[in-house]
Design a protein around this ligand. Sequence first.
Ligand code: PEP
Length: 251
Amino acid sequence: MRRSLVAANWKMNGSREFITELLGAMLKRLDVAATETDILVCPPAPYYDLCAGMLEGSAVKLGAQNAHEAQSGAFTGEIAANMLTDFDVSMVILGHSERRSDGETDEQVAHKCAAVLAQGMLPIVCVGETLQEREAGQAESVVKRQLGAVLDHCGIEALAEAVIAYEPVWAIGTGETATPEQAQQMHAFIRGTVAQQSGHSAAKMRILYGGSVNAGNAAALFAQEDIDGGLVGGASLKPDEFITICESVSK
Ligand code: PEP
């Protein structure tokens, strides 16, 4: 049985004051929800320390929004995966479409994934097609290519521990959500693709849905057989809404 996971991606939002209030307002009820579901908050990097302190003794986990694949060196502005372990970061979002659209390649995502796994953290690898690709009938081939790069570089066994987030680009921050059936279809495709190489990895791997998840649509999405939770952007900045989403997990 896979344990569900709901991850909050705060993206580049907030301030010390805003994040203190946001996390402070949610923490007690999230802690209760975390007995049933893994819950992760991914703040902007300058606030890792603040959030790590606030999460001390809590079941809610700290996540990061990105990591660099190298351990150190001349990479101005980047953050190495090994640095994240100093803040008790347990999972790292990789290959978000907002980064892929800025030029991050499948190969870079795969190398980042290996670096994160090597540090004992779990990668949350984002995959998903654009509207143009969906309309051209390429949704599955795009997702298969993105997934394949990680599979080829990290190996099939690594995927048992990894989390995949299916995030159709056309649904991110747009208010347009994939229907539960559309999402389930792609999640089953992803699991089926992995199952061709390892039934064990396919059964263990968690697959999250992301794309305009909110308090109104979360339960129907999470009730689908192959949807193991959500990656939540905009709605995770609203305490009541995010709590309702976390409480919507039905398995
Ligand atoms: C995201 O950024 O990963 C995301 C899913 O955003 P939103 O929930 O706002 O669509």
